[in-house]
Design a protein around this ligand. Structure first.
Ligand SMILES: [Zn+2]
Length: 284
C-alpha cells in the first residue's frame, strides 16, 4: 500500500528530543507523512485486535451471566451490564497486577467478580497485554513523527489537541497540501454534507462510493472532539457558542442533538484551521 519503506527504526533515536535538533537531521515532510500513514495502519490493526479480543472476553462473560439470569432474553440488558462490569473489574485487576502494586484496590470493587469469570477471561487478558503495549509504542512513534510536521507547534498550542491527535488525522488524510479546499478535508474525515443535503454517513449500494464515508475516519474526529471539549480551550469555546446558537435556532431539539451538532461544528472548525495552518507553514 505504501511506496515508501517503513523507516521508523532509522529515525527514532533522532526524534527523542522533539524539536531540539538541527533541521538537516530531519526527514523530508513527504517521508514523515508516509511514516505517519504507515504507523497509523499498524495502529488501526492493533486497535482492531484489541477490540476483537475484548469483545470475545465480554461475550464469554455474558454467556456466564446468562446461567444465573432469572428472566434471560436475547440481547439481555442485565447480562450485558454484568459482563461490562466484570470486564472492567478484571481489566483493573490485570492492570494493577502487572504494575505489581495496590492489589487491594482491585479487590475492593463493590461487586466482586467471581473467580470463574476471572479464570475464563484470563487467556484474553494475557493476549491483550502485548497488544496494548504495541499500541502504546505505536502511539509514541506517531507522536514523535507528528512533532516533525511543519504544523507541530500549532498543534501543541491547541488545548486538547496536541501531537498524537495531529498524527491520527494526518495518518488518515495524508498530505493536506493535496486538498484544494477545507471542504475536501471535511469529506475525507466524514464531516461533509452529502449530496442529499444531510450529514455524510454510511449508505449501502452504489451511493456508497459517492458518499465516501469511512466510519473509522469519522470515529477519529469523534475522539478528537471529545478531547477538545474536555480540555476547555479555544475549541471548547467554539462548541459552547455554537450550542447556544443551535438552542436559540431549534429550541424543540433535545439536548443531545444540540450537543452533537455543536461538536460536529467544532470538529470541522479544527480541521479548517489545521488545513489553513498547513497551507501557511508549507507555503515556500
Ligand atoms: Zn440475562
Amino acid at each position: 500500500m505504501f511506496s515508501v519503506s517503513y523507516e521508523l527504526n532509522a529515525i527514532a533515536p533522532a526524534t527523542t528530543q522533539a524539536g531540539g535538533y538541527p533541521d538537516d537531521n530531519r526527514l523530508p515532510v513527504s517521508s514523515v507523512i508516509a511514516n505517519i500513514m504507515a504507523t497509523t495502519t499498524f495502529l488501526n490493526h492493533a486497535i482492531h485486535q484489541e477490540v476483537m479480543i475484548s469483545n470475545r472476553a465480554r461475550s464469554i462473560l455474558r454467556l456466564m451471566a446468562s446461567f444465573d439470569c432469572e428472566d434471560h432474553r436475547p440481547k439481555c440488558a442485565r447480562c450485558n451490564r454484568v459482563a461490562q462490569d466484570q470486564f472492567k473489574n478484571i481489566q483493573d485487576i490485570h492492570r494493577v497486577a502487572s504494575e505489581n502494586k495496590l492489589v487491594q484496590k482491585a479487590t475492593r470493587h463493590k461487586t466482586p467478580t467471581p473467580t470463574r469469570a476471572r479464570k475464563v477471561t484470563r487467556p484474553y487478558m494475557l493476549a491483550l497485554a502485548p497488544i496494548r503495549e504495541w499500541r502504546a509504542s505505536l502511539e509514541k512513534d506517531l507522536e514523535l513523527l507528528a512533532a516533525q510536521l511543519p504544523v507541530a507547534d500549532w498543534a501543541r498550542q491547541q488545548k486538547g489537541f496536541g501531537l498524537l491527535r495531529l498524527g491520527f488525522i494526518i495518518g488518515e488524510t495524508g498530505d493536506l497540501s493535496n486538498y484544494a479546499t477545507k471542504e475536501k478535508v471535511w469529506k475525507r474525515m466524514g464531516l461533509a454534507i452529502a449530496p442529499d443535503g444531510k450529514a455524510q454517513r454510511r449508505v449501502r449500494g452504489s451511493d456508497a462510493i459517492e458518499m465516501g464515508f469511512n466510519p473509522r475516519r469519522r470515529a477519529v474526529m469523534y475522539v478528537v472532539g471529545d478531547c477538545l471539549i474536555r480540555q476547555k480551550g479555544h475549541y471548547k469555546a467554539i462548541y459552547d457558542q455554537r450550542k447556544e446558537y443551535e438552542k436559540q435556532a431549534h429550541p424543540e431539539l433535545p439536548l443531545i442533538v444540540l450537543h452533537r451538532r455543536a461538536k460536529r461544528y467544532m470538529e470541522k472548525a479544527l480541521l479548517a484551521d489545521l488545513w489553513q495552518e498547513w497551507q501557511r507553514t508549507t507555503a515556500a
